[in-house]
Design a protein around this ligand. Structure first.
Ligand code: FUL
Length: 696
């Protein structure tokens, strides 16, 4: 009897425990992240700061001949940058220590082209040092950008420049404490000052820098630094400067192919399912159109809608988000940018306020033992996970609720220490006793967040429908975010007809006097005509939800009703009006002939206007955008005597093909002439989406 009792006790108590212990953890699968990369994934969100001579010359790319004496911030305060980043929940700041024009924000021992020859602090300042101290104070990590391209350096293109570049790398990695990320931008080679040579220099980025050697040097000096960008990097560009990752996003890359020049950057958005190395994506984007501060962009800070989308399409798609906050001439992050960042953070906080799965009953149709049970995904511990048996590549996990609850966000995380495995999954919700598929998705990775239409369900089911190996998930959460009412879209055509658009059930209210719209403002009832200069502000209100959108603002000069394209050196004259139709999505192109590389259009604005700038919007859709890289812009009162107002390059247009804004001293003009001098792409076709003038 006693023996039997002991025997039963053994099976009841000891056996389950020992059998539990006997179940092995899943074997790692495929390329794995290093601890450095895991720590990096967990940072998720950090700031980028572009601040240099360009801030003072109003450029995006300096040519390399600008005087260091122009660098003269009046109230530089790196603690302000750090405070803003910290309050936004960011984990670090990456500073552009040297941009393409070669000016150094630290007093490098290897050049005179630095803060030491600027009036700021009488040449005794060091922005990198001040930021390192501010980061320390605010418990943020410091990252640095050192441009491999240097349009100032006389020896750029020769071996001597590589020694210079590496010396500067050593300075940055030894004198300022730990650097969490070293950023090597891909833009490299082209025309520049180059010590007075004023010429074009092209290099082979993959060979010139001998990246293997350069990386060795970095790792010897700073083993904790993660290297981003060109070379055998540990994190990759996401392939656009819009801050958006692919829905499918592998943290893997065929880096050998990439280093052999066989990978097009558009593949970076999704990585490579069969990549041989863990090279996760980092989505970089500026909170404004440009990377550097330009006063003309003070009212062009990205909208809250756009920022929220960026958050979900970067962090929510297995990428880190590197958000640029350009620092202005004072040396501060501008108030408008800070406000927008705060709005973004407040929205995201609200979205993820109350987690809904922790209190549910969690079951799965497979697990490899109790230690790897389904409930681990909802225990708030990132080191525990649900794992299926070896080779079990499809399985379902179900969350049962006591009573139906409303859900519109689902967050999932794989336990990436063991690799990125999941290739496809679906989500089902139980509504009135019936399962209903509400999402059909691909990869998960470190983090995937789904925004779905709100659904009231008594249970939720995640089906992993395809995986490279057994399933290993550490976290699944659900939320019911407040309804986000999107701001209305404002459009005005050539003739001044204004259209406001919003989602169906919303009412739109607007103002035309610059005041903030509310439910008491004019109700939009359909297209209206307003052809004078105007600032239109509009909101959408969702009556059912009793919630309102952010304010959409659009600023217009006098309408282009009287505008006419009078000549174009080539191209189809029948469709040329697309460049002045108020719609940047309709484009037109013209082409160089062998005799004349430059091409031009002349526009009659129909009346004399006071203008102080123009903008060029290139073609927006397609693979080959036929971007114009160099231009000239003239004005005339009579179409006979012309005066050149602006000329130069559309810097960075290739990576960021947005509206290019050029300003000049105010002038009266009736006619404008836009000359395309060269293109970014092969071939000699130039595209124009829209030409605008900036009126005083
Ligand atoms: C680009 C650069 O050319 C831009 O100026 C900016 O620094 C951006 C982050 O990367 O490729």
């Amino acid at each position: 009897m006693k023996n039997t009792f002991l025997l039963i006790s053994f099976f009841l108590i000891i056996a389950p425990i020992s059998s539990q212990k006997l179940v092995k953890s899943p074997e790692p699968f495929g390329p794995l992240p290093t601890q450095k990369q895991i720590d990096w994934h967990e940072m998720e969100f950090y700031a980028f700061v572009h601040f240099s001579l360009n801030t003072f010359t109003n450029k995006e790319w300096g040519y390399g001949d600008e005087s260091p004496e122009l660098f003269n911030p009046t109230a530089l305060d790196t603690r302000q940058w750090a405070r803003i980043a910290k309050e936004a929940g960011m984990k670090g700041i990456i500073l552009v220590a040297k941009h393409h024009d070669g000016f150094c924000l630290w007093p490098s021992a290897y050049t005179n082209r630095s803060v030491k020859n600027s009036p700021w602090k009488n040449g005794n300042g060091d922005v990198v040092k001040e930021l390192a101290a501010a980061c320390k104070e605010y418990d943020l990590k410091l990252g640095l950008y050192l441009s491999p391209w240097d349009r100032n350096h006389a020896e750029y293109g020769k071996p001597e420049y590589i020694t210079y570049f590496r010396n500067q790398l050593k300075e940055l990695l030894t004198n300022y404490g730990e650097v969490f990320e070293m950023w090597f931008d891909g833009a490299n080679g082209g025309d520049g000052y180059y010590g007075g040579a004023n010429e074009t220099r092209k290099i082979n980025t993959l060979q010139y820098y001998n990246w293997d050697e350069t990386y060795k040097l970095i790792y010897q000096t700073a083993p904790k630094t993660l290297v981003w960008g060109v070379g055998p990097s540990e994190a990759r560009w996401i392939g656009n400067e819009e801050g958006r990752a692919g829905k499918t996003n592998w943290s893997l890359l065929r880096q050998k192919d990439e280093l052999a020049g066989k990978v097009h950057y558009s593949e970076f958005m999704s990585g490579h399912e069969d990549g041989e190395k863990w090279v996760p994506g980092e989505a970089d984007v500026s909170i404004r159109p440009g990377w550097f501060y330009h006063a003309v962009e003070d009212d062009k800070v990205r909208s809250l809608d756009e920022m929220v989308d960026i958050y979900y399409e970067s962090i929510g798609r297995n990428a880190n988000l590197l958000l640029n906050l350009p620092v202005d001439k004072r040396g501060l992050v501008h108030e408008n940018d800070e406000t927008r960042l705060k709005e973004l953070v407040a929205t995201i906080k609200e979205d993820f306020k109350t987690e809904l799965l922790a209190s549910s009953k969690v079951t799965a149709d497979n697990n490899r033992g109790d230690e790897f049970a389904a409930k681990n995904v909802a225990d708030g511990n990132k080191e525990t996970y649900w794992a299926t048996g070896d080779n079990v590549k499809t399985a379902s996990i179900v969350f049962d609720f006591e009573k139906p609850i409303a859900i519109n966000r689902i967050l999932l995380q794989e336990y990436i220490k063991l690799g990125q495995r999941i290739k496809a999954f679906t989500v089902e919700a139980k509504v009135d006793g019936q399962w209903k598929t509400i999402a059909n998705e691909t990869t998960i990775g470190y983090k995937r967040i789904l925004r779905i239409d709100r659904i009231t369900a008594s249970a939720l089911k995640i089906n992993i429908t395809d995986s490279k190996a057994s399933i290993v998930i550490s976290n699944i959460q659900a939320y019911n975010a407040p309804t986000f009412v999107r701001a209305p879209e404002i459009q005005r055509d050539k003739n001044g007809n204004v259209t406001l658009k919003s989602e169906m059930e919303n009412s739109i209210y607007y103002t035309i006097d610059g005041s903030k719209p509310s439910a008491k403002s004019t109700l939009y009832k359909g297209v209206f005509k307003y052809n004078k200069a105007v600032q239109i502000k509009a909101i959408a209100i969702n009556k059912n939800e009793n919630s309102s959108s952010a304010v959409a603002t659009a600023k217009y000069g006098i309408s282009k009703e009287k505008w006419k394209v009078i000549t174009a050196s080539s191209g189809d004259m029948n469709s040329v009006n697309r460049i002045i139709d108020g719609n940047q999505d309709t484009d037109w192109s013209f082409k160089s002939d062998s005799n004349n590389l430059s091409q031009e259009v002349v526009i009659d604005m129909g009346a004399i206007l006071k203008i102080n700038g123009f903008t060029y919007v290139p073609q927006q859709v397609g693979n080959n955008l036929n971007l114009i890289s160099r231009y000239e812009f003239y004005t005339s009162l009579d179409n006979v005597k012309w005066k050149i107002q602006s000329q130069g390059e559309f810097s960075n247009i290739k990576n960021n093909p947005i509206e290019q804004v050029k300003t000049f001293a105010e002038t009266k003009a009736r006619y404008i002439r836009f000359v395309a001098k060269s293109t970014e792409e092969k071939g000699q076709t130039f595209s124009i989406g829209e030409i605008n003038v900036i009126e005083k």
